[in-house]
Design a protein around this ligand. Structure first.
Ligand code: 4NP
Length: 156
């Protein structure tokens, strides 16, 4: 089983959106038994909470389920357990890299680094911008390219 973890700051806006979108793509490709996905936040303020209403709203509009998504903080063990640890922005990646220390762990990368010639490098935080539609567009494209990368690397 290949394990993918999406990480943002609060785990209520961007990374649960990425988790839900990625799961939908896995279902579409019949890969839900080969690739497992979860999300977490570098902060702990929203532990146990469902996604932000903006994330729930855009997922509903796109007919993607947000059932069962609950915020949690990223733990050191995650960095050893997951094969692909995908941050939404440079700050997330910096925090993850610092947490990783010298331990062996999976690939840490930024979601939009998989999108060549994309409009943005970081997924802007809709908790502050309020623009969930734009974030959906970026995250959807990032997930599409990430899945292609994983399929190629893992021979799936
Ligand atoms: P996220 O957005 O990292 O995309 O989940 C945020 C959610 C909450 C906070 C910051 C960002 N906060 O400061 O509570």
């Amino acid at each position: 089983m290949v394990k993918v973890l999406f990480v943002c700051l609060g785990n209520i806006c961007r990374s649960p959106m990425a988790e839900a979108i990625f799961k939908e793509k896995l279902k579409g490709d019949g890969l839900e038994n080969q690739i497992e996905v979860d999300s977490a936040g570098t902060g702990d303020w929203h532990e146990g909470n469902p996604p932000h209403e903006g994330t729930q709203g855009i997922l509903k509009e796109k007919n993607i389920s947000s059932e069962g998504l609950r915020a949690r903080q990223v733990k050191e063990e995650d960095l050893e357990m997951y094969d692909y640890i995908i941050g939404m922005d440079a700050e997330n990646v910096g925090n993850l890299t610092r947490m990783k220390g010298l331990k062996k762990s999976g690939e840490i990368a930024r979601l939009l680094d998989f999108v060549e010639d994309g409009k943005e490098d970081d997924v802007p935080d809709p908790y502050f911008t309020g623009n969930f539609d734009y974030v959906y567009e970026l995250v959807d494209e990032g997930c599409e390219r990430l899945l292609a990368h994983i399929r190629e690397k893992e021979g799936l």
